[in-house]
Ligand binder design. Structure first.
Ligand SMILES: [Zn+2]
Length: 203
């Protein structure tokens, strides 16, 4: 069997099925051991072999699903936490599929920057709806200008991913059943739908 650290992440849900976060198989094993699992799904189970019982000489085995729902109700603070979609360059570039919002070319992560459509120096915010993926030359050209003043246009509209999309953007190794579960919860406006239609999951 694979070593635990090589295994893909487990998708953690709340008891109502809202996606919360990626956790390791070790953390999942903890939830199983503590009887914290409300229900589980996912096509693939992994068996984790534990210690050997001194009395019986039998080794304990724990079967772990790829999607697990945790028992209990969330406090308002925890609910707020699990609704967050923190903005990072990694998730931003993946939202925009590494396409520069101005010239439309595709770049590797190293050739990309975060551009504030309405410049921060002019009161623009560092929020999902005001940032786009931008190549270095376009960023230099745009500088801290407003688009209308330098005749530049966006070729796509920035948007806020929901938690399900954000979880997809975070994890490059997600399994087919996890992808299927999350994609059903990604809003229709997301570019992830057309991207997956073109390239399929796992690209
Ligand atoms: Zn560009």
């Amino acid at each position: 069997m694979s070593r635990v650290r090589d295994l893909p992440a487990v998708l953690q849900l709340d008891v109502s099925g809202n996606p919360q976060q990626w956790i390791t198989y070790e953390s999942s094993a903890y939830h199983y051991a503590k009887d914290n699992i409300a229900w589980a799904m996912g096509a693939i189970d992994f068996d984790i072999h534990g210690g050997t019982c001194a009395k019986t000489g039998e080794q304990s085995v724990l079967s772990i699903n790829t999607i697990i729902a945790i028992k209990g109700h969330l406090s308002p603070k925890a609910m707020k936490h699990y609704n967050r979609v923190p903005l990072t360059n990694t998730t931003l570039f993946r939202r925009d599929q590494n396409v520069c919002a101005y010239c439309g070319d595709i770049f590797s992560k190293g050739g990309l920057t975060r551009d504030h459509v309405h410049p921060v120096s002019k009161g623009g915010l560092n929020t999902w709806t005001n940032v786009v993926t931008c190549c270095a030359p376009c960023n230099k050209r745009k500088d801290n200008h407003l688009l209308e003043s330098i005749n530049m246009d966006l070729i796509y509209v920035p948007y806020v991913p929901n938690r399900a999309e954000w979880l997809i953007l975070q994890n490059r190794k997600l399994l087919a059943d996890q992808m299927e579960f999350l994609m059903k919860r990604v809003p229709k406006v997301s570019r992830l739908h057309e991207y997956l239609d073109d390239y399929g999951p796992g690209t």
